[in-house]
Design a protein around this ligand. Sequence first.
Ligand code: URP
Ligand code: ZN
Ligand code: ZN
Length: 486
Amino acid sequence: MPKYETIIKGGTVATAVDTFEADVAIQGGRIAALGLDLGGAERTIDATGMLVLPGGIDAHCHIEQESSTKIMTADDFYSGSVSAAFGGNTTFVPFAAQHRGQSLRDVVNIAHERAGPKSVIDYAFHLIISDPTENVLGQELPALIMEGYSSFKVYMTYEMLKIDDHQMLDVLSLARRYGAMTMVHAENNDVINWLSERLLTRGYVEPKYHAVSHNPIAESEASRRAIDLARLADAKLLIVHVSAPEAANAILNARNQGLPIYGETCPQYLFLTAEDLDRDGMEGAKFCCSPPPRDKAGQEAIWLGLTNGTFQVFSSDHAPYRYDETGKFNAGRNPTFKKIANGVPGIETRMPLLFSEGVGKGRLSLNQFVALTATNAAKIYGLHPRKGTIAVGSDADIAIWDPTWKRTITQSMLHDNMDYTPYEGMEITGWPRTVLSQGRIVVENETLQVARGSGSFLERQPADPGVELGDDAPLNPSRTFGADLM
Ligand code: URP
Ligand code: ZN
Ligand code: ZN
């Protein structure tokens, strides 16, 4: 009788801190042993020449989600999770998005109805809070946090989503009380509107003006303000999809002061620039996302932020709107930049792009890659040590990575429900060959191996304030007023 269900043999295991030669034994969906000569197994996976990495965690993606202008994303929980799996992910954390007037409980129930029968990988939900009413803050949100929905995103821009600073303080202080994480889309709405009005009245309507209207100052001002509001509320805060170097600097400064401020960035800020929005005809619409891609110098600043302690999380912000009337051109075939659906796809290309151009080109160590794509998200969002690492007792969520596999990205090889990829034609070295989730083989031989709905919902614990990454100072010791006010 073999000792284990599965052994992954002959590979190089990498975690966020170590790289070592070991076989990985799996039993009951978990990692049962690491080492050499572990004994027999019912199934042996040969990983000679391969890297054995924790499955990726995409902690920012929009799946089967209606935008505030009522456009449904092209990916549902089936196509979105399949695409994620082929890109080396074993967990994703899409949003359960509240639109104004909606009960948060209803929003969460809808998200479960959508995900449960379809997702092929494990999932949790961040909430989006756009309507922090007395009932939401007093009843629904505390109850949901205690049930494990321990992170939520708020917006400082988008007319139908944004909350004001007063509401932000309410949300932050509640998050502090319950140990939850607030994520913020930091762009100054008035700055964007002021610039947009001036551009539109002068006839500057093409997609490239999206990037002009979303000036980096809109992002850096809002980021600094969000950090200050978090300081006032003595709360932790994660600034999502950072693109502007000044915003990145604000995060690093805050972290250097010992504040529990975290940063996330995304592939579009490493591999695209504002010039992509100026492609022929309406092609630039494919690259309209918020904040927008910046310039070459901005890309370098974001690369630097991945290694100097600015960014802990590298997510896709997969926001799939097709290049047709269901998506980008929902408001007509020739819209002004204001009416183009915001967002770019990238759930399947996130990890290969970072591996190839980061690890492959010597900008990141393999351990930094693992931390940025899996471990840190697991720690920050209350999934660690079950997820995000390779350790005895952790879920057997593993991407067996071929560091020499060269492929040119084309939309036809991807598994999402999109009709374009912003990365068409890029030559990438290093892709996952085999992906296991809780010990089940999800992807093998370039083929999906599991049924719809085989992923599980993950109940999360609120993380303890200040201890997530092990390198954070305690919460702001200089708070000026008592806990009774918070
Ligand atoms: O342009 C973007 N990023 N669209 C997705 C929604 C968001 O704000 O993350
Ligand atoms: Zn956002
Ligand atoms: Zn997003």
